[in-house]
Design a protein around this ligand. Structure first.
Ligand SMILES: C[S@@+](CC[C@H](N)C(=O)[O-])C[C@H]1O[C@@H](n2cnc3c(N)ncnc32)[C@H](O)[C@@H]1O
Length: 205
């Protein structure tokens, strides 16, 4: 069933179910945020791409108490939950509603935005491969030297023959190759389990 991220009831239920699995996800989200190479006291600027209800942003702000984070999501409903959950950090947050399946998502960000890190969790997998590649290039342009892009996401197994608009998950191998082609360095898959992976790379400093 396709996601209904614009439906308040669907989103409310998804967030409630997400809370039940947060304990298992905590380790993965900690590993994602742990890929940022800045010192903990640094005033880093981070983009949480497909931020949802803010689980990644909360971890960023816990690990980097001086961080400024942009939470970007296509669902205004999801961002309502994020705003409520992250209210203690409101001075360090901004929110943007945009669909990264289209290049004009960049217009939702402040002009000339540059980030120390762009992190994403379970959001990009529904984007078709061709667009994923372009998106990774757009992210590269927005990173400061030394900046990090890391994605914790659903991936396609190499022997999985189903790969179409309804199942556009990319393989880890393809995605690592795209990142290297774009110019990312230290590109790696940091861990992988059945159908999920944490991978990314850095812009040379
Ligand atoms: C499964 S939730 C994950 C949310 C959060 N990152 C987490 O790990 O809990 C996926 C989120 O990505 C957002 N999303 C999916 N495709 C998107 C797109 N093309 N543009 C913007 N947001 C998108 C959805 O609105 C949703 O909030």
């Amino acid at each position: 069933m396709p996601h209904e991220w614009d439906s308040p009831e669907y989103v409310r239920q998804w967030v409630a179910d997400g809370d039940k699995t947060d304990a298992q996800r905590a380790e993965q989200i900690t590993a994602l945020v742990g890929l940022i190479r800045s010192s903990p006291e640094a005033c880093i600027e981070v983009l949480d791409l497909g931020a949802g209800y803010g689980i990644v942003t909360r971890e960023i702000l816990t690990a980097y108490p001086n961080a400024q984070v942009v939470c970007l999501d296509g669902s205004a409903e999801m961002l309502k939950h994020a705003k409520a959950r992250l209210a203690d950090w409101e001075d360090q947050l901004s929110f943007a509603v945009a669909n990264f399946d289209f290049p004009d998502w960049l217009a939702a960000l402040p002009a000339n935005s540059q980030f120390d890190a762009v992190l994403s969790s379970r959001a990009i997998h529904h984007t078709v491969d061709e667009r994923k590649q372009a998106l990774y290039g757009e992210i590269f342009q927005m990173l400061k030297p030394g900046g990090c892009f890391a994605n914790h996401d659903l991936v396609r197994k190499p022997d999985d023959t189903v790969h179409d608009a309804a199942n556009p998950f990319g393989t880890v191998e393809d995605q690592l190759a795209w990142l290297k082609d774009i110019g990312f360095v230290d590109v790696e898959c940091f861990w992988q389990t059945e159908g999920r992976a944490l991978f990314g790379g850095y812009k040379s400093g």
